[in-house]
Design a protein around this ligand. Structure first.
Ligand SMILES: [Zn+2]
Length: 244
C-alpha cells in the first residue's frame, strides 16, 4: 500500500534522540529500532549496575561496569544491523541541550530525574521539536506528548521543579520492572504515531497507569497562557523527512 510505504519511509528517515538508556530508554529504543527507525542517538552518563538488570533489558550481566550508551548501542546493533546509532555518554544539561536536540527530528524523554525532565521540556519547546515524555516510579507510570506551540508542555502541567531531593529517583525508591517495559513500549508507539502522522497523539492529556490496581486514566490538560516556557512559542515545523 502507498500509505504503508510512506510511513516506512518516514520511519527510515527519522532521527530520534533517546535521553536515558535505563528502563524506559531500553524498551523505547528497542521498539523504535524494530519498527524501522533508522537513526537513534542514545544519551546517558551512567554505567551498568547489577541492580539495573531486571528492568533495563538491553544490558546483560557481561555489561556490568560498561557505559550504558555503549552496552545499549551494542545490543541494538546486533539486533538491527542497518541501524545508524550514535552515542553520547554525558548527562543532558543546559550546555549540550541545544546541540543534542537540534540535530534530531524528535525526542524521547526516558530519564529518571525531575530536574532533567524540566530541562528537556524547555529545550524542545525553545527549538520547536516534538517530545514524548514518560515517567515511572514504584508502581506508577505516565506518558504525554508535547508539540511546542500547539499542546500543553511539561511546565504547563507541573509548573516548576520540586525542591532537590524531595522526589526520590527509581534507583532510590524502586520501580516495577514490567511497568518500565509497558510505559517504554507505549512511549515508542507514541513516537511512531508522531513520525508517521497516524492515529491520535497524547497531546493535551496525560496517560497514567497504576500497575498495582491495573488502572489506566486520561487526565485532560490545557496550555497555561502564562507558562514561562511555551506562552510565546510558535507551532513546530513538520515532523518527518528533512526535519532532522
Ligand atoms: Zn507550557
Amino acid at each position: 500500500m502507498i500509505a504503508d510505504r510512506e510511513q516506512h519511509r518516514r520511519l527510515a528517515d527519522a532521527s530520534v534522540l533517546v535521553i536515558g538508556v535505563g528502563a524506559l530508554g531500553c524498551a523505547a529504543a528497542d521498539t523504535l529500532a524494530a519498527a524501522g527507525v533508522s537513526g537513534l542517538t542514545l544519551v546517558d552518563p551512567d554505567h551498568v549496575d547489577r541492580s539495573n538488570l531486571h528492568r533495563q533489558l538491553l544490558h546483560r550481566t557481561a555489561d556490568l561496569g560498561r557505559a550504558k550508551v555503549d552496552s545499549g548501542a551494542e545490543a541494538l546493533r546486533s539486533r538491527y544491523p542497518g541501524l545508524a546509532i550514535a552515542t553520547a555518554g554525558v548527562r543532558f544539561d543546559a550546555a549540550n541541550a541545544a546541540a543534542l536536540v537540534g540535530h534530531h527530528a524528535c525526542v524521547i524523554d526516558a530519564t529518571d530525574g525531575i530536574a532533567t525532565k524540566f530541562l528537556i521540556n524547555d529545550a524542545v519547546v525553545a527549538l520547536r521539536k516534538p517530545l514524548v515524555h514518560a515517567g515511572i516510579l514504584r508502581f506508577q507510570g505516565q506518558l504525554m506528548t508535547i508539540l511546542p506551540g500547539v499542546s500543553a508542555c511539561y511546565r504547563c502541567l507541573f509548573g516548576a521543579p520540586p525542591a532537590e531531593g524531595s522526589v526520590p529517583s527509581c534507583q532510590e525508591a524502586g520501580v516495577l520492572g514490567s511497568l518500565a517495559g509497558t510505559i517504554g513500549t507505549l512511549q515508542a508507539g507514541e513516537e511512531i504515531r508522531l513520525i508517521t502522522g497516524t492515529g491520535t497523539l497524547l497531546t493535551d492529556r496525560l496517560l497514567t497507569y497504576d500497575a498495582l490496581a491495573g488502572r489506566w486514566r486520561h487526565v485532560r490538560l490545557r496550555r497555561n497562557p502564562t507558562c514561562p516556557t511555551c506562552r510565546n512559542v510558535a507551532p513546530p515545523l513538520a515532523v518527518g523527512a528533512g526535519n532532522g
